[in-house]
Write a protein of this length. Structure first.
Ligand code: AKG
Ligand code: FE2
Length: 297
């Protein structure tokens, strides 16, 4: 009896369909997606933006660059304490690690949505991979940079809320994102009130998953409560995580400092914008070209 009951319960879990609105390159109209991010669930899935070749190449580079667990990570305090932190690995500064990542960062459908969401001169704050090995740990439920330390709201301006966006997150899925493999969990609608989630929010009871196939993109507003979940599958769970910001938010990765000069010299107009070269503040104004540099006229 007990055994049958267990099997039935297991089958139901496997059949679960998650609440995540799905779009294609054609249906992902900027005004529709922006409304979903601000006023809907806070997250969407877009398919068909990347070729299988690009996804395979990106995955190979991530695997090659994460043989050791030797980079900084975030929201993994529990894993640090229980000794499983080496089963999740980050690869930072991806623009320097393969041309495929420049194509991913500047994907035209995403660029169009982001121009509308974050302002036409938006920048990229980080492009990194998150690899969860089999048995890898989940993260604490959180909100993303620049709100990521909002567990201490007094360090931010009084009255700060999520009514206008200072972040958009893109996860390019490189391996099957399932409940078992640790697909990112999120609470639909939680972006409407800027808060760092607490135990009382019952995150794990309420969460849905950004489930998807390799090549799918999960796009979400980073004030939506979310986290990577434990990888209980037998395969690695890789994703490219791109953080986009308005032009005036201090980026998380110092890309101009981390990239070779030749990369910067040859960067396309979109990439120059993304790495912050169109809005070069702070600047040593004592050394800046003399004359008027700002104003309507
Ligand atoms: O990899 C994931 O599923 C999410 C990662 C994330 O939310 C983060 O690192 O801020
Ligand atoms: Fe996050």
């Amino acid at each position: 009896m007990l055994r049958t009951g267990t099997l039935k319960a297991h089958a139901r879990v496997n059949e679960r369909v998650f609440r995540l609105k799905r779009f294609t390159a054609d249906s992902a109209k900027p005004e529709v997606i922006v409304d979903e991010l601000l006023n809907g669930d806070g997250a969407v899935l877009i398919s068909g933006l990347f070729s299988a070749e690009d996804i395979a190449e990106a995955r190979d580079i991530v695997m090659e660059n994460s043989k050791e667990a030797d980079t900084v990570t975030h929201f993994q305090g529990a894993a640090q304490q229980d000794g499983s932190i080496n089963l999740q690995r980050r690869v930072w500064n991806l623009l320097a690690k393969g041309e495929v990542f420049s194509r991913m960062a500047t994907q035209p459908v995403l660029m169009n949505i982001l121009r509308r969401f974050l302002g036409s001169e938006f920048i990229m704050g980080s492009i990194a991979a998150n690899r969860l090995l089999p048995g890898g740990p989940g993260q604490e439920p959180h909100v993303d940079y620049p709100y990521w330390d909002f567990h201490s709201p007094e360090t931010h301006p009084i009255g700060l809320n999520g009514s206008f966006p200072m972040n958009a997150q893109v996860s390019i899925i490189l391996d099957p994102f399932t409940e078992e493999s640790g697909a990112t969990a999120f609470v639909p609608g939680s972006q409407k009130e800027l808060r760092y989630p607490t135990e009382a929010d019952r995150f794990y009871d309420r969460c849905e998953r950004m489930a998807g196939e390799p090549g799918d993109v999960a796009l979400f507003y980073g004030v939506t409560w979310h986290c990577a979940m434990p990888n209980r599958s037998h395969h690695d769970r890789n994703a490219i995580l791109i953080q986009y910001l308005p032009k005036w938010v201090k980026p998380m990765e110092d890309m101009p400092a981390a990239l070779p000069q030749a990369f910067i010299d040859n960067a396309s107009a979109d990439l120059r914008q993304l790495i912050g070269l169109n809005y070069p503040y702070p600047e040593v104004l004592d050394a800046a070209k003399a004359g008027n540099a700002e104003g309507r006229k």
